[in-house]
Each structure stands twice: as C-alpha cells, then as structure tokens.
Design a protein around this ligand. Structure first.
Ligand SMILES: *Cc1c(COP(=O)(O)O)cnc(C)c1O
Length: 411
C-alpha cells in the first residue's frame, strides 16, 4: 500500500486555505525587458509596479557594459569572495560606492553583496556579534522590510539580542527605551524610504538619537539610493547627514537598474563583516560582469542624465499629488516614486488590480503579510521613463475603476 505522504497533503491544504482567504500569490511571466511597457503573459501592459525608478534596467549603455563585463571577466565568479571570487570589478565598485557616502560617513568603506536581503542579514547579525551574547540590543522600526525583520530574528537567536520595535512616526518610546538601556552595543534600524508607504524615515532625529545614546544607526536606503539627493547618493545626501554611527545599506537592483546591494560604514565595521558575516562569507561572489555594469550605472546616476531622470521623476510625483483625487480610496502622503493607494480589503484590492489589468495596466494588489491586515493596497510606482501623459491616462483609469469597485460592493 502507498504510504500517506503527509507533507504533500499539508501543502495542498495550506495552499487551498490561502486561496479562500484571497491570499494565494501567483507568478506572472514577463517576456520583455523591465520597462514602462512590458509583455506579461503574452499581453502588452503599461507597468507602474517596478522599482526601476530611474528607468535604467533596460538602458543601452548598461546593456553594453554588462556585455563588456562578460567579455572581460566571463560569466561566473567561481567562488566566494574570500576564496577566489573577489575580482577587480568588485573592488572598483566598492571604492566608488564608498565615495558616494564619504561626505556622510567618515572613513567609509563598502562591501558589495549579491542581494539586499543578504546585505541586511549579514550587517545585522554581523554587527551584533561585536558584543558578547546577550550584551546587545536592537531597536527596529515596525514597518521595516522583511529582510531586516529576518536579520533581527536571526541575531536574536544567534546572539540572544533583545529586540524592541518602534514607530518611526513617534520616537518618544524609542528614546525612553534607550534611556534605560545599559547594554554596551545598541543598534537602531530603519528603512530610509518605507517600501510599502513611500514615506521617508526621520533620519535627522534618528541620527541625533543614535549620537545621544551611543547607538549605531543602520539605514536601509533600498528605495532612496539613486533617487534622493542632488547626485542620487541617497537619503544622507538629501538631508545632509554626517555621522560616524551610520551603517548605510543600499540596493542596486532598484534605481540602479541592475542587481546587488552594499553596506557602507566606517572601515573597521566593513572589515569586521568580512571576518564574521556568515551570509557574505558563505555565498558565491556575484558575477564580476554585474559589478562592471554597476560602475556604469553609478556613473549615470551622478551625471547630468541622472539629474534629469530625477527631475522627471519629481515632476511625476508632483503631478500625482496635485491631480489624483479619490472619493473613498486613500492616497498616502509620499514624496517618493512609491505612491500607494489604500483600499483596505483584499477583495477590493484584487478587484481593482483585475480591472486595471483589463484596461492594460500592471499594478499588483499588495496584501498581508507584506502590509498590515486591513490595509491591502495598489502599490503604484513611477519610473523616469513614464511621461506625464502616461500618468494622466493612469489617473483617469484609476478614477473610473474606483467607481466600478464601489458599485461592485453595493450589488
Ligand atoms: C528590496 C528591498 C530589500 C532587498 O533587496 P534585494 O536586493 O531585492 O534583495 C531590502 N530592503 C528594502 C527596504 C527593500 O525594499
């Protein structure tokens, strides 16, 4: 007789349950480069959903740089960085990334990672190991990205670190907790731009708090790098912040248009992560060709072209804030290219995403656990490759769809 296969029946049951709660996720397949027009499941859609804010993911100069990198260095790195995978392209990239933050972080060094998820996991667990087990505390903003949450969980298991969550819009409780904290190592962690709301963290106040209470401040600027600041160097440039205590995490698969991430901090912290950062140490190095392409991306970000792409992005944001009105749905007060529309229920968010799809738009519904329960939303993002006309048409479509979903609710 065939043995009952428990795991498989559990999987079927759990997935069916997600489906009834309207929480089952599905992959959609694109057949074209990431751009404002994308072929999805064999249909051409207007995409307002990528994090390719500067429109660099399909930029001819970056395509050429990636090909050039492959010609120079082949396609694979062959090993982890500490074995034999650390290439001159990685080294040049790290130096350039450090130079982007050198006005804001004295004696800055940088370490390149294959993903932002790994960068956060490595930075958080690694920095906490500077203290003996049980002798560090973490303060993490409660809307931080999942990769931060997982890094904090891992640090708390590995190093018995105490963890306190805080509301980034209400810093009093953070200050109260820090006042009582006698641990030798304290780490405050925040997203720079909150990824599902688009608002910017109070970086100035947090830096002052870190200085006053002798804490490190890790800022994950995944959505600010390339976008914020005159030169696109990110949140520290935009708010003119300088501090020895900042550990800056940036990602390179969003505005930079390629792939990867980095941690930038004072050189001894970077050196420490090379010694003790397990996810870094035990991963194969990213192909050097990617690092080579990223050098070109950084050059564009700082150039006149980069500035003009950021100007276009800001024009789109202003237009949206001035022209988009809903009767029931809620816009969020955001000055970044992330402009969510809060619908509340999963059913409404899915219905709206479906109607948008019928009209030729790709804007997915974002549901729990990515966002808090009851705050399902459309996460609309702009790219510098969108025109004002693209946006005007989107605004009209959204206004029409809001009415349709409202009517749907009554029947
Ligand atoms: C996307 C994102 C990450 C993860 O970066 P990847 O390079 O995609 O792994 C980390 N933090 C935040 C805030 C993000 O939005």
């Amino acid at each position: 007789m065939k043995k009952i296969f428990n795991a498989l029946s559990m999987a079927n049951k759990q997935i069916a349950e997600l489906d009834t709660q309207l929480l089952k996720r599905r992959l959609r397949i694109t057949e074209s480069p990431c751009d404002t027009e994308t072929i999805v499941d064999q249909r051409k859609l207007n995409a307002f959903c990528s994090n390719d804010y500067l429109g660099l993911a399909n930029h001819p100069e970056l395509i050429q740089a990636l090909a050039e990198g492959a010609n120079l260095y082949g396609v694979g790195s062959g090993a982890s960085h500490l074995i034999s995978g650390h290439n001159i392209a990685h080294d040049l990239l790290e130096k350039k990334l450090a130079s982007f933050q050198s006005k804001h972080i004295p004696n800055a060094g940088a370490l390149f990672f294959s993903t932002g998820y790994l960068a956060n996991l490595t930075a958080i667990t690694g920095l906490i190991k500077l203290a003996k087990p049980g002798e560090a505390s973490i303060y993490s903003a409660n809307l931080n990205h999942a990769s931060i949450i997982d890094g904090v969980r891992l640090a708390s298991i590995q190093s018995k670190t105490s963890v306190t969550l805080f509301d980034h819009q209400q810093l009093e409780s953070l200050v109260e907790a820090l006042k009582k904290d006698t641990k030798p190592l304290k780490l405050i962690i925040t997203d720079g731009v909150f990824s599902m709301d688009g608002d910017i963290t109070p970086i100035k106040a947090l830096t002052e708090i870190a200085e006053q209470y002798d804490a490190l401040l890790l800022v994950d600027d995944a959505h600010g790098f390339g976008v914020l600041g005159e030169l696109g160097h990110g949140i520290l440039e935009q708010f003119d912040i300088t501090s020895e205590r900042i550990v800056y995490v940036g990602t390179l698969g969003k505005a930079a248009g390629v792939s990867g991430a980095f941690v930038c901090a004072q050189a001894p912290f970077i050196d420490w992560l090379i010694q003790k950062g397990r996810p870094y140490i035990y991963s194969t190095a990213t192909p050097p060709a990617i690092a080579h392409a990223l050098l070109q991306s950084l050059a564009i970000i700082e150039s006149e072209e980069g500035k003009s792409r950021r100007r276009q992005l800001n024009q789109l944001i202003t237009h949206w804030q001035n022209e988009m009105y809903f009767s029931d749905w809620k816009k969020v007060d955001s000055c970044t290219p992330i402009q969510p529309v809060i619908l509340g229920s999963n059913a409404n968010a899915l219905a709206a995403a479906k109607l948008l799809d019928d009209m030729g738009y790709w804007i997915p519904a974002i549901r729990p656990p990515t966002v808090p329960a009851g705050s399902a939303r459309l996460r609309i993002t702009f790219s510098a490759n969108h025109s004002i006309k693209d946006l005007q048409e989107l605004i009209q479509a959204l206004q029409k769809i809001e009415q349709q979903v409202q009517v749907g609710k009554l029947s």
